[in-house]
Ligand binder design. Structure first.
Ligand SMILES: [Cu+2]
Length: 190
């Protein structure tokens, strides 16, 4: 009995897959609206304290989707685990010598409405709060995520910051623990 239930499900899935594939091929011939478009991309580099360009790890692509900003990392050679990711307000990954902070010139989290609240991508605080970037044990990050409140237009002329640790979206915690800690990787979004 179990087999009789499972087999039609597999067949149905294959049929749906087949339809989708042929639909998108047709759309590709007749219309541009189904063609995937990279609307912005940023090269991600290691932050440094001497201002010299750090090692690069690949790119992150962005596009506007029906449910928000689609974020597609194409990165390798990174530290495995979850990393906090934010849009920071200034287009610079230069260090702040006075604060002794790598990528300090990027400023704080992009917060055009001045909420002062670090509430994550689904909250009502910083617009620049993005989902954590997941780096696999191999050092590769390729998992696509969506940030529902932000658009490609918000990103241009700012920076993408990827921190050493995970983001707990805690406004009240010290930056080192609640928001990902050190500014480890950075790229200017043009
Ligand atoms: Cu940040």
């Amino acid at each position: 009995m179990k087999r009789a239930h499972v087999t039609p499900l597999i067949v149905a899935s294959l049929l749906i897959w087949g339809c989708t594939d042929s639909d998108s091929n047709q759309a590709g011939n007749n219309s541009k609206k189904f063609t995937p478009v990279v609307e912005a991309a940023v090269v991600v580099a290691e932050t440094t304290m001497d201002g010299r360009p750090g090692k690069t790890f690949g790119i992150v692509e962005f596009e506007d989707g029906p449910h928000g900003l689609i974020i597609k990392p194409r990165l390798h050679g990174m530290d495995p685990g979850p990393h906090a990711a934010h849009v920071h307000e200034h287009p610079s990954c230069e260090p702040d010598d006075e604060m002794g902070m790598p990528a300090g010139a990027a400023g704080g989290h992009y917060d055009p409405e001045g909420t002062g609240v670090h509430a994550g991508p689904y909250g009502q605080g910083h617009l620049g709060d993005l989902p954590n970037l997941i780096v696999e044990p191999t050092g590769m990050a390729s998992l696509t995520v969506v940030a529902p409140r932000v658009t490609v237009a918000d990103l241009k002329g700012r920076s993408l910051m990827i921190h050493a640790g995970a983001d707990r979206y805690d406004s009240y915690a010290e930056h080192e623990h609640g928001k990902g800690g050190m500014r480890m990787y950075c790229g200017v979004i043009r």
